[in-house]
Every structure is written in C-alpha cells, then in structure tokens.
Design a protein around this ligand. Structure first.
Ligand code: FES
Length: 156
C-alpha cells in the first residue's frame, strides 16, 4: 500500500529492516536490499530508514554516494556505459559522452527524463583494442564516432 508521505509502498522496506533488526554494521546490506526492492535509493526511503534505525541520514547518504553500486535516481530501461579509461579517453570517449548527454538531456550518471536510458561512465572494460568502447545493455561497440553511437543507441 502507498504511504501518503513518501509516495512509496513501504512494506518491502519494513520487511528488510525487520530482518536486519538492530544489528551493527548492516548499512551496506540494508542499502543493497533496498535498492534491489525499489530499483534505486529514493531519498524518501533513505529518510525512512534513518527514522527507523536511528542511523543519521548524512551517514546513509555518505555510504550511498561513496559506493558506485548505489543509485540515487531511477535507472532507465537501457543502460549505456561509455568507457573513459585512458585508451578510450584519448580515442574520443569524452566526445561520445557529451553527444549522448546533449541528445538525451542526461548528464553522465543520470537517466533521460523519459527513463528510456541511463548513462554511466566507466573506466577500462578490458577491450582497449576497440577504443573508444561503448556498451549498450549487453552489446559492446568499438571504434564508433559519436554520431554512430547515437544511431546504435536510438535503435535499441
Ligand atoms: S580504456 Fe576503454 S576498454 Fe580499456
């Protein structure tokens, strides 16, 4: 059932918090489970965790922003990862990132307003020979111009 103050169904959250009780050192597993349940870590949910566990919200935010596995905004249907490791960087990865950011109005690390795409910048995916490398969902593309990448993204 939707909670009127948060606009989220809090039942999954309460089940997770009940499971962990007041054990110490459980911030990361709690956040992992919450992210699995909600797809990301909404700030309203983090506030609710803080209220129920007495873990300061600043501490939860600190953990959520420190570890790259955590997302503070919803993920789009398609994940675009642009490698900006050294080989990809010198082969033009920043131009690809900028082209995607501009085309879909989504700064790296965020999602397009229609939640069709999420853009992530990653560092060396082990395919330097194909630099610059872009991975769209599970398809790997190499040596493409920014325009060619936009075409692949448009076609997913
Ligand atoms: S730097 Fe991009 S694949 Fe290695």
């Amino acid at each position: 059932m939707l909670d009127m103050t948060t606009n989220f169904d809090l039942a999954p959250l309460h089940a997770i918090l009940e499971e962990y009780g007041s054990q110490k050192g459980t911030v990361i597993p709690i956040l992992q489970r919450v992210q699995d349940a909600y797809g990301y870590l909404p700030k309203e949910i983090l506030a609710e965790i803080s209220k129920r566990t007495n873990i300061p919200l600043t501490q939860l935010m600190g953990v959520a922003t420190f570890y790259t596995q955590f997302r503070l905004s919803p993920r789009g249907k398609h994940l675009i990862r642009v490698c900006d490791g050294t080989a990809c960087h010198v082969s033009g990865a920043p131009h690809i990132v900028r082209a995607i950011e501009k085309e879909y109005d989504m700064p790296a690390g965020s999602s397009s307003p229609d939640l069709k795409y999420t853009l992530e910048v990653v560092y060396c995916v082990g395919a330097c020979g194909l630099a610059p490398v872009v991975i769209v969902d599970d398809k790997v593309y190499g040596r493409l111009s920014p325009d060619a990448v936009l075409e692949k993204v448009r076609d997913v």
